[in-house]
Every structure is written in structure tokens, then in C-alpha cells.
Design a protein. Sequence first.
Length: 300
Amino acid sequence: MKLNFTSLEYFRKAAKMEHLTKAAEALHIAQPALSRTIRGLEEELGVTLFEREGRNIHLTRDGHILLKHAENFLQEYDEMQKEFADSKNLQQMTVNLAIHSATKLIPSFLAEFRKDHPEAMLEIINPKMEASPKHTDLTLYSTIHHVENEHTVTLFRENLVMVLPLSDRHARLPYINLADFADRNYIAPPKGFVLRDILETYCGKAGFSPKIVMESDNPDTIHEFVNAGLGIALVPQMTWYNAYSGLASLPVGDMDCHRYLNLSWKTEGKLSLSAVLLREYIIDHFWEYVREKANSEFPM
């Protein structure tokens, strides 16, 4: 008989009730099984734990020593089990979300989700933090092509517009041709950002490589750079709608410039309940939320 939490629990019950048969009944085991457990403990420890007095039993000095330590062990075990349960519950409530796109709108959208699910704990992972898509619960990101697979869904397609200072001579045109802006200075996200790759792809289709003079991944910063006349930028029409107020925003006429906004979820391990709820909430409501926020300025 190896000393373990089960054998200690059996011993503690017998010590408290001072009667093997009653202790066995309380433990829902056969009395001979309890007796074997007690004998096994005595043999393993090399001590006598109980004195027999008729059908009753009483702890020996060594029995009292073991009971004192058994109480401590079992209390620690109970606390450990509670911590495991608390940890499991916390994991079920926590969602880590990597946000690579729609950074202007997603905070207010998540606030709406939290109204319906106040128990959910959101851990936001920004693009500058290292995170494996395999282990990140949810990832919001953009691509130039439509994506659809077992762990990804395309939420919607979004047009790109050219933003210019109101003082620019092209600012009052109904649209621009990208090929006409080959010699202009561009403000864009740094290398490695999808929106930078998308800009370079479309400019390449128009026959030129964009001259990037300033880099930023912050929509507000790009707005300030453009407003100051430092360059122009090709930006998402809907999700960046409030990042370029006071600027001219013109559709591109000589090609279909767009991006797709996608949501993916981790490929390894199960999603927590809160992660599943947020995934379905984004899929069901994010496009509607974006359209409601931006449609007044950019009618579909």
C-alpha cells in the first residue's frame, strides 16, 4: 500500500469515527477494504496506528502524528483542487484576441460585446507583440485575397480610398486614377504590415513602386502626416472612416482596390466558451457595426 491522498482520507475518516465499520459505510467502501488500507499504511510506515478495543479503535501516539500531517496534506490537496477549478473557470472566461486590422473600431465594438457578456475577460494582443496564431484564440487581420478555411472566415470586403489634403489640386475630383500618382510621396505602414503589402501590390499593378517617405501603423498619425502635406495615403474606406476627417478621400477609378477583413481562430486546442461567444459575435455583428458607423460618410 503506497501512501497517497486516498489512503490518507480513509485513515482520517477511521480516526475521526473511531470505528472501522462506520467509517467504511461513510466512505462507501467495504469494511475489509478499509482494514487492508490501514494495515498497508502501518506496514509502509512501520508503526501501529490504532489500538483495538472491541469494535472501537483509538489512535496510538504514532496515529496522532500521522493524523496531524494527514490533515495538512489533505487541506493542501483540497486547496490545490480549488485552485485548479478556479484556473479552469478563469480560462473559460478569458479570450486573447490579436488585432492586426480595424484598430479604430474594434475597441468600441468589444465594449458592446462586454455589455452582453460582462464575465468575459479580454486579453488584447497588438501587432507588435509576438503571438502564435496556432495558440491565439482569435486573430483579426486583413488580406488582399478572400480567405475561407476550417479556422478562418472572411468577414467582409472593404474598398480602399486615397486620402489627400483638402488643398491638393485633385481633392475635388470624383475619383482618382492610381497611375496618375506614381510620382507622389506616400505615407504607409512599415514593412511587414499587410496594408503596406497591399499598397505596394496595387501600385505595382499601376506600373510603379510607391515612394514611401514616412511610416506609421497608427491611423491618427497617418492622418496628421497627410493633413500636414507630407504625403498621401491609400487607406481602408470603412474601418478607418474617422481617422481622416478634414481630408479629401477619393475612390480609385482605374482599378478595384480593396482588402478583405478576416477572423481566424487557433488551430491547436479547444476554444474557451468566451472565445466561442466572441467569435460568433464578431461573425454575426462586426460588419453591421462597421457599416453603421461609417455609412453616413461613405454610402454603400
